[in-house]
Design a protein around this ligand. Structure first.
Ligand SMILES: Cc1ncc(COP(=O)(O)O)c(C=O)c1O
Ligand SMILES: [Zn+2]
Length: 383
C-alpha cells in the first residue's frame, strides 16, 4: 500500500480555479463540463519539502508528488545530453536533449504510470485501462505487471506489432476497436459499468490523462533544473498529443518558481504533427476538431486539443509548431546521424527547431532543450 503525500490538499480546475477534495475525477471539472468546457483538474499541495537524498531517480522527488513512494522500475534520472555538433550547426548557445527513451519501457510515460498504479492499489481497484496506440499502453502494461494488476489496453488493429508484443508478453489484454473514437466509447462504458480504472482520457472533446499520473512529468523539470544548476534554457521543445507531458513540465517549473528557486521561466513549445494547438492560439475554439495527416507520427497524432496544452503554452509565453509528414524521415536521419535514433514523433523536434530558427522565434545564442520522448527502436518501419 502506498501512502498519499500529506502535503497534497486537493485538486483545482485549470480553467475556473474551483477546488475539489482528494478523489478521482475521471472527467475533469464538473462545473466547467456542465458549461461544455471539458478541463482537467490538477493536484495542489501546501507546505515546504525536500528532495530525498537517500533515493535515486524519480523516487528522490516523492515529497513533491501525490505519493511519497510508488512502484518503481527505475524511471527518471534520464540524461541531459549536450548536442555540441547540432548546437554548432544551428548557431545555438547550447542544445540539450533530455533522453526520455532511457526510461524502463523506453518513453516518458514511465514517469506517469507509477502514480496511477499507486492510486489503484490504494483505493483497491482491480483493473487498469488505457486507450493508447503505443507508449502509454506499453508503460502501463509493464507497471501493472510489476504490481500484479490486470491491465486492459484499448487500441486499433493497425497497432505497431513491436508495441503489440511488448504489451501482450506482460499478460495485459489488448482490445481492438474499429475507430479511434471507438476506443473512448468502449472505455467509458467499462469505467462506468465495470469499475475499470482509467489511466487516460475517454471523453469527447478530451481532457488530459489521469491527474495523479501527469504529476510525474514535473520531475523532468526538476531534473533539468538540477542538471543545468539553475541556468535554465530559453526554450523547451516538447512532442505533444494530449499535452500531459507539456502540462507536467510547466507545472514542475511553476513549483520551482513558487519555491523561489528560479527567476526565468523556460518558454514551452509544443511540437505537433498538424496545426491544432497553433490554430487555437490564433483564435480557434480548443474543443474543435482539427483533421490532418499524422500517419507517420501516430504517437503525437489525433485531431483534438486539450485545455491543459493551451494553458501551459500561454503561461510560459511559449508557442506551437509542426513539420510536414514528408519531412519526418529526413528528421529521423538528421538526429540519428548525430547519435540519437528517435521515434518518428520525437524526431520532428529537429524539423521544428529548424523552422523556429528560420521564423526568428528561436534566436542564435539561445539555449534550447528538446525532450526526446521515445527511441526509433519502437518504430515499425513503413519504408
Ligand atoms: C513518443 C511520444 N511523444 C510524445 C507524446 C505526447 O504526450 P502527451 O499525450 O502527454 O502530449 C506521446 C504520447 O502521447 C508519445 O508516445
Ligand atoms: Zn472548472
Amino acid at each position: 500500500m502506498y501512502k498519499l503525500n500529506d502535503r497534497l490538499k486537493g485538486f483545482y480546475c485549470l480553467r475556473c480555479g474551483k477546488k475539489f477534495d482528494i478523489d478521482d475525477y475521471f472527467t475533469g471539472c464538473s462545473f466547467c463540463s456542465a458549461d461544455s468546457f471539458p478541463v482537467s483538474l490538477a493536484p495542489y499541495y501546501k507546505g515546504s519539502c525536500k528532495i530525498k537524498n537517500n533515493k535515486k531517480r524519480m523516487l528522490r522527488y516523492g515529497n513533491f508528488l501525490p505519493y511519497l513512494e510508488f512502484p518503481s522500475l527505475g524511471e527518471g534520472g534520464t540524461p541531459l545530453i549536450e548536442a555540441h555538433r547540432l548546437a554548432e550547426k544551428y548557431n545555438l548557445k547550447s542544445l540539450y536533449i533530455k533522453n526520455e527513451f532511457q526510461n524502463p519501457t523506453g518513453s516518458h510515460k514511465d514517469r506517469m504510470s507509477p502514480f496511477i498504479i499507486a492510486r489503484v492499489l490504494e483505493i483497491n481497484r482491480k483493473i487498469i485501462s488505457v486507450a493508447s496506440s503505443g507508449n502509454a499502453g506499453v508503460s502501463l502494461a509493464a507497471y501493472s505487471a510489476l504490481a500484479g494488476l490486470k491491465c486492459k489496453v484499448i487500441s486499433q488493429r493497425n497497432m505497431n506489432p513491436i508495441w503489440k508484443r511488448a504489451i501482450e508478453t506482460t499478460g495485459a489484454e489488448i482490445i481492438y476497436t474499429k475507430t479511434s473514437q471507438g476506443r473512448w466509447d468502449y472505455m467509458k462504458e467499462k469505467v462506468e459499468k465495470e469499475d475499470w480504472y482509467p489511466a487516460t482520457n475517454y471523453i469527447t472533446p478530451p481532457i488530459g490523462s489521469n491527474p495523479f499520473g501527469v504529476e510525474g512529468y514535473k520531475t523532468i523539470s526538476y531534473e533539468i533544473y538540477e542538471d543545468l544548476q539553475g541556468e535554465l534554457p530559453d526554450w523547451i521543445l516538447i512532442p505533444t498529443s494530449r499535452g500531459g507531458l507539456l502540462w507536467g513540465i510547466y507545472k514542475g517549473f511553476k513549483d520551482l518558481e513558487d519555491m523561489k528557486k528560479i527567476e526565468k521561466f523556460p518558454r514551452l513549445i509544443a511540437v505537433e504533427p498538424i496545426e491544432r494547438i497553433q490554430r487555437v492560439l490564433k483564435g480557434a475554439d480548443y474543443r474543435e476538431n482539427f483533421p490532418g495527416d499524422y500517419a507517420l507520427t501516430p504517437s503525437i497524432g489525433g485531431t483534438t486539443v486539450t485545455y491543459q496544452s493551451i494553458e501551459a503554452i500561454k503561461n510560459s509565453k511559449g508557442c506551437a509548431i509542426s513539420v510536414l509528414q514528408k519531412k519526418v524521415y529526413d528528421n529521423i536521419k538528421e538526429l540519428s546521424s548525430s547519435g540519437l535514433y528517435l521515434e518518428s514523433s520525437s524526431a520532428t523536434l529537429i524539423g521544428s527547431l529548424k523552422k523556429l530558427l528560420k521564423q526568428g522565434v528561436i534566436s542564435k545564442n539561445d539555449c534550447v532543450v528538446m525532450i526526446a520522448t521515445s527511441s526509433g527502436y519502437k518504430d515499425f518501419p513503413k519504408v
